[in-house]
Design a binder for this molecule. Structure first.
Ligand code: PMP
Length: 308
């Protein structure tokens, strides 16, 4: 478990990082957050944080949408994260959670003229879904929050009630995940993952205007598919029934990593087992994040000083 947190401007023992029951963000969901992973490489004796800068850039964008003034630049956030991880001394795969929130103890539903709080903690983390090699998903009866209601492009704490509705109903019905549709009935994304499918040798993923979170793993996969496999990704709106006829489908996200979807409700996806494109992408992804593949060094930030 975590021993420390970054809270109110310093690293403190985790049990000291506490907020009041009256906190605005707890009452109204007025916060934004990030989720990063760091991967332990036994051979290098190194912990690599994956695409840290991009995560903090997105956090700045989420904050902007929410009228939150982050007190730190992206560089400062990177440094604070590295300091926290060094203090924890982790030698295993971990998940990092930065959180910015409206900290006032006040009854007033608004975003402006409030005090912003900021914290980071990090915990050991394994798989987010068990069946990464063959997830069974349903089409959720819940619709994705709309950009004109709660913008999905910002990682807003309150918006995750929408994700939780979809995830819980999927899991209680025996599925691993849910695919969530937009108000117009097109595929948006999973409850906390982006969606891709393979049709006729092309990768296809929903547009950023389909109420998705603009995923960093989504971008990573677009780059790896292009650079390592010569596969172009088409970004366009996707009909629900295309999943019934596609060759392969998968989810991407910091938590889920790259997970094959092998069944949608009562229909197999493609052959009903993990396909060649997603298998290859998973291999590439895990080699890159863990630093077994030396390419893309700018995506990995080592936590510890190099030995020798
Ligand atoms: N969509 C949602 C709703 C998410 O919560 C996440 C996880 N952050 C993603 C997509 C995937 O984003 P990323 O690859 O940046 O983790």
């Amino acid at each position: 478990m975590s021993k420390y947190a970054f809270f109110r401007g310093q690293i403190v023992p985790i049990e000291k990082a506490q907020v009041s029951i009256m906190t605005h963000a707890l009452n109204y969901g007025t916060g934004c957050f990030e989720g990063l992973r760091a991967y332990w490489n036994e051979q290098d004796q190194q912990l690599y944080v994956f695409r840290m800068t991009e995560h903090y850039e997105r956090m700045h964008r989420s904050s902007r949408i929410l009228h939150i003034q982050l007190p730190y630049t992206v560089d400062e956030l990177n440094q604070i994260t590295l300091e926290l991880l060094r203090r924890e001394g982790y030698r295993q795969d971990i998940y990092i959670r930065p959180l910015a929130y409206k900290a006032d103890k006040i009854i007033s539903v608004r975003l402006h003229d409030l005090t912003d709080g900021f914290a980071i903690f990090a915990i050991p983390f394994g798989r987010y879904i068990e069946r990464e090699e063959g997830a069974h998903v349903c089409i959720s009866s819940w619709r994705r929050v709309d950009d004109n209601a709660v913008p999905a492009r910002a990682k807003i704490t309150g918006a995750y009630v929408n994700s939780a509705f979809a995830k819980t109903d999927a899991m209680l019905s025996g599925y691993d995940e849910a695919l969530v549709l937009t108000q117009t009935g097109h595929i948006s994304e999973g409850s906390a993952e982006n969606f891709f499918m393979v049709r006729d040798g092309h990768l296809i993923t929903p547009l950023v205007t389909s109420n998705i979170l603009e995923g960093i793993t989504r971008d990573t996969i677009i780059v790896l598919a292009r650079e390592e496999m010569g596969l172009h990704t088409v970004q366009r709106s996707i009909d629900r029934s295309e999943i019934y006829v596609c060759d392969e489908a998968f989810l991407t996200g910091t938590g889920v990593q790259v997970a094959a979807i092998t069944q949608v409700e009562h229909r197999p996806v493609g052959t009903g087992t993990i396909g060649p494109v997603v298998s290859h992408l998973r291999e590439l992804y895990f080699d890159v994040v863990r630093g077994r593949n030396p390419r893309y060094p700018h995506w990995r930030t080592p936590v510890y000083e190099k030995q020798g």
